[in-house]
Design a binder for this molecule. Sequence first.
Ligand code: R5P
Length: 310
Amino acid sequence: MKIFAGSSNPVMAAKIAEYLNTRVCDSQLKRFSDGELWFKYNENIRGCDIFLVQSTHPPAEHLMELLIMIDAARRASARRITAVMPYFGYARQDRKDQPRVAITAKLVADLLIAAGVDRILTMDLHAAQIQGFFNLPVDHLYASAIFMDYYRTKLIPDLVVVAPDVGSIKMARAYSEYLGAPLAIVDKRRPTQNVAQVMNVIGDVAGRNVLMIDDLIDTGGSLTGAAETLRERGSGDIYAACTHGVLSGGALEKIEKSPIVEMALTDSIPLRPDQQSDKIKVLTASQLFGESIRRIHYEESISSLFVDHR
Ligand code: R5P
């Protein structure tokens, strides 16, 4: 087994390797003068079971780098190539929701397959059905295994779990059952990309502390808009948990100004130095990935990691 890190999330790759009592193996990434990428494995990988850790958040060069790593591994006769993608980018365009648009999640799957990947290990895909865009094994991890334990020990009283949109109801319901808290739903509309409008809140939030659950926070419009509406409806403290902190376009400022008291994220996308905030709590998913890699290598069950957490 060999672990290699792309440039998008080297800290997480190092933590994964540490969990596995190993090291991140030696590789080299360079740029030509025009910006094109050049990658080389600096050690023999012939016949190895290799795991390439690379989240594919913007810029799209992170994806290009992963494709180049896969291609190089295939040409170097690696026995099995697993793309470990803590964050799977371009997943939100997962269907033709209007005429003449692309399905980028399928396009990314096709690119990975064309490059020669053998299997995918990822976490909280925007839509679980994206697994079906691959005709090869996809191991899909749930960050709920991390967040649920965190909130169980936090013991927030009078809690209501809130799904900030229809897409997150299933995930929020699992939390509500696990934490023994009622469920409420925010009816959100998107008049256009990156604009979120809260229409209604279904369920009782008055006088209750809130935990909102979403797969990702991008501009922050959905969660901060929902938080303001919940506060208008008389909620208590508002907590939020999102697996992937994309955090673009002034998201940090919105979180800072919002009634959200704490926003928990995983480290699937590393925070930049200018993205530090007292309201953000980062929980690492490296042990979850490390354990999953160990189980893939030794052909053990991964689903048994999630018996208590859906
Ligand atoms: C939408 O379906 C997702 O689950 C997120 O709610 C959404 O992508 C978050 O985007 P933003 O933070 O820009 O509102």
